[in-house]
Design a protein around this ligand. Structure first.
Ligand code: MN
Length: 500
């Protein structure tokens, strides 16, 4: 598992009415429940137990602390006993972190033959949590409710999915996107309201002249670039002509210089995502390909043609990707309508992330065909079969919308010996025809983030935390209902805005 990305605070509600002896039992049982939950947590977050909350002052103080502690990803609340919910109003009003309500109890089974009133007085979550949930509903706060014993697998999975979403939200709030050049001319879906994005998500989208990159590339020493090409030769299957002594080795050296320069700019500026624009490369000799692929594999988000929203979504989804999973920038490129199950061949000019294959990618050099620059170096591979989804973030004018489509990544029907770029082939659900119709009705972009590992539940939790509309296309999508869902959703969001 990757390094821990923050803490999730475990908060237990009760009240002083029960007396010190019972409250000690409450604390002991709460610690046990948390450790059982921790055993099941599959996300890189640390569960942290906090003393049982017994007064409105304690509750407000802990919520203020959680809100101002940058290391706190979110809070889990559980009313072990009855914790009158008016005590929680000021605390919840102060909370700015994601909230999960765990509706559980210490024992999985009732001790029927020995169950007495002492047991009843100690195990009251069944009504204590309902009192609390009533109040949370009145606040209108976004929260996730998970019901069940902490040793049950679905409970662990649902909390894990939410924990990943809190990590994605933290990434979002600190995200800085570097744009080398502006939007590709006349392209609509890649553009959008960057001020609105910062207001909604906290992310900062910043413009850098492409000459910043050109100058940084020029400053990279030949020795540093040569050293990086040696890494390429160790980690990948490098084409003969690009290796040391090969006729085109200099092109690989230049590709390495782009990588070193790009990484330097991103690290110095604290950027976790970036865009390029193949129409605006200034004096850059190659379109960045290999460099982008390697940076994506390290966790950076990327979008082509100035697409800052897909780049941001890439960084966010990468931060929510479980260890061993893959997530990449992607573009719906061309279709196979048949024979056989209709499929989408996805790729980009160069920039597909190698985390979606476990095979060793090959580094090659080929002409780009557009842009009038030197031939760029790139990794070539095929995404391996897996269940997954493609996700996009679009600005539809009065709000942002996330669209997610379940897909099945498959082997290409035949080899692709003449296609010199990394690619993925997939069958979208419920079918290519229905998925594409739904996607386009929802205004989805041709750029997406493809993931074989981020769960749909994590995306749902993320959208709820962010307060962003989520449109889902999956095996159950019915076009007639889908059209109505979009209409209802438009009404809802316009109404919600008008009263917000
Ligand atoms: Mn593109």
């Amino acid at each position: 598992m990757s390094a821990v990305k923050g803490q999730i605070w475990f908060l237990t509600g009760s009240q002083n009415l029960y007396g010190p002896e019972t409250l000690e039992q409450v604390a002991d049982q709460s610690k046990l429940v948390m450790s059982q939950l921790a055993d099941q947590l599959g996300a890189p977050a640390e569960l942290v137990w906090k003393p049982v909350l017994k007064t409105p002052e304690m509750i407000r103080e802990i919520m203020l602390e959680a809100s101002r502690d940058d290391n706190c990803l979110g809070v889990i609340t559980w009313m072990h006993t009855f914790s009158p919910a008016k005590m929680w109003i000021n605390g919840l009003n102060a909370l700015t972190k994601p909230l999960l309500h765990l509706h559980t109890q210490a024992g999985q089974s009732l001790p029927w033959s020995t169950l007495d009133m002492d047991f009843m007085n100690l195990n009251q979550a069944a009504h204590g949590d309902r009192e609390y949930a009533h109040l949370v509903t009145r606040t209108g706060m976004a929260r996730k409710i998970v019901v069940g014993h902490p040793t049950e697998k679905p409970v662990g999975e649902r909390v894990t999915n939410w924990a990943f979403a809190t990590i994605g939200w933290k990434t979002t709030q600190h995200l800085k996107v570097a744009r080398f050049g502006d939007n590709m001319r006349f392209v609509a879906v890649t553009d959008g309201d960057k001020v609105a994005a910062q207001l909604k998500f906290g992310m900062s989208i910043e413009q850098l002249g492409v000459n910043t990159l050109v100058e940084a590339v020029d400053k990279v020493s030949d020795a540093d670039a040569e050293a990086l090409t040696a890494v390429y030769e160790r980690e990948y299957d490098v084409a003969e002509e690009l290796r040391v002594g090969g006729a085109r080795h200099e092109s690989l050296v230049y590709g390495a210089k782009i990588e070193i320069a790009l990484r330097g700019i991103l690290e110095a500026g604290g950027f976790q995502a970036f865009t390029s624009n193949f129409e605006d490369l200034g004096a850059l000799r190659q379109l960045p390909g290999l460099a982008v692929q390697r940076l994506m594999a390290e966790g950076y988000g990327f979008g082509g043609e100035g697409d800052w929203k897909t780049s941001a979504m890439g960084a966010i989804l990468k931060s929510m990707t479980p260890a061993g999973g893959g997530t990449s920038f992607m573009e719906d490129y061309t279709y196979h309508f048949g024979p056989g199950t209709p499929k989408i061949l996805g790729a980009h000019m160069l920039e597909v992330c190698p985390t979606i294959t476990s095979k060793k990618p090959r580094i090659e050099i080929h002409p780009l065909g557009i842009g009038g620059k030197e031939d760029p170096v790139r990794m070539v591979f095929t995404a391996e079969p897996a269940a997954g989804r493609v996700v996009c973030l679009v600005d539809i004018g009065d709000r942002f919308r996330i669209i997610s489509n379940e897909i099945k990544i498959v082997e290409p029907t035949e080899d692709l010996p003449l296609l010199p770029v990394a690619r993925a082939v997939w069958e979208p659900l419920p079918s290519l025809a229905e998925s594409a119709e739904a996607w386009m009705l929802a205004g989805g972009s041709h750029h997406t983030v493809l993931t074989n590992a981020v769960s749909e539940e994590t995306i749902e939790d993320y959208a709820r935390i962010a307060g962003v509309e989520l449109v889902q296309i999956d095996k159950d999508t019915n076009l007639r209902a889908f059209r109505k869902e979009l209409q209802f959703s438009n009404t809802y969001y316009r109404f919600a805005d008008s009263i917000g």
